[in-house]
Design a protein around this ligand. Structure first.
Ligand SMILES: [Zn+2]
Length: 262
């Protein structure tokens, strides 16, 4: 287990805009880890959900930890959970729910149920607009269809773990949306993402982990958590040629604005 001090956290400035602390990989460490994170550099976490039952678990965690907020929704890999939209609508009314997510399209995981994925994604985009909540978008190998739906509905939100081209990033920015950048930026084979970060206006950038997955270098392959964000932020700071502290400050302000956290 890697604890946050190993990532050299200094001040409580970090907003992790995308985590999955309900994942069973955290079962053994969750209760010890989360308070530790809030004591050592992390100021807010948005915990994302993958189906109805996960959304309820996330809201329970949110009740336990004041600065841990929840996104509720149906992930494209979890359509067989049979979670229905009215259930998400009810859960989204919780006072610690700040977004609908994570939702989107994943043609890498399954390209045979594209129509169903599009239907569930679109229904949740419409729900987010009805509830005036931002969305947290998952797009894997589905750039064209994702962009088509975002352009059609123009929701508020963030495209998390962005994997598109600088051109796609420009289209996302034109829609007023944010771009989430996580540990992938530190990977040696990361080519497009540094180009995207280079052209990305700082006021549209969010930091994230997608933990327990995608731990940044030099801890790639380990259990990821919000305390490892400094490795990601350091890399972004180098590309943007500003201090890491400024990256924390700007991305935290961005996330508080998007998720309407006062
Ligand atoms: Zn995720």
């Amino acid at each position: 287990m890697i604890y946050p001090n190993e990532a050299k956290l200094s001040s409580p400035l970090i907003f992790d805009s995308h985590a999955h602390y309900t994942d069973s990989k955290f079962d053994e460490v969750r209760d010890k880890l989360i308070p530790e994170l809030f004591k050592s550099g992390v100021c807010y976490i948005v915990n994302c959900s993958v189906d109805g039952s996960d959304s309820r678990n996330s809201l329970s965690l949110s009740k336990k930890y004041g600065n841990l907020y929840s996104a509720v929704g149906i992930h494209p890999e979890n359509l067989d959970s049979n979670t229905k939209i009215p259930e998400i609508r009810e859960l989204a009314k919780h006072n610690k729910c700040v977004a609908i997510g994570e939702i989107g399209l994943d043609y890498y995981f399954n390209s045979e149920n594209k129509e169903e994925q599009i239907k569930v994604f679109e229904e949740q985009i419409i729900l987010s607009k009805e509830l005036n909540l931002p969305i947290i978008v998952h797009d894997r190998d589905a750039h064209a269809d994702t962009l088509k739906l975002l352009k059609r509905h123009k929701p508020k939100g963030v495209v998390h773990c962005f994997s598109g081209s600088p051109e796609m990033a420009r289209e996302i920015l034109e829609l007023g949306m944010y771009i989430g950048v996580g540990g992938v930026i530190t990977f040696k084979n990361s080519r497009k993402l540094p180009e995207v970060v280079d052209v990305l206006p700082l006021d549209r950038l969010l930091l994230e982990t997608d933990c327990p997955y995608l731990a940044p270098e030099p801890l790639r392959g380990h259990l990821c958590h919000s305390g490892l964000i400094p490795f990601t932020a350091q890399k972004i700071a180098e590309i943007k040629e500003i201090s890491v502290e400024d990256i924390y400050k700007i991305t935290t302000d961005n996330a508080k604005k998007l998720f309407n956290i006062k």
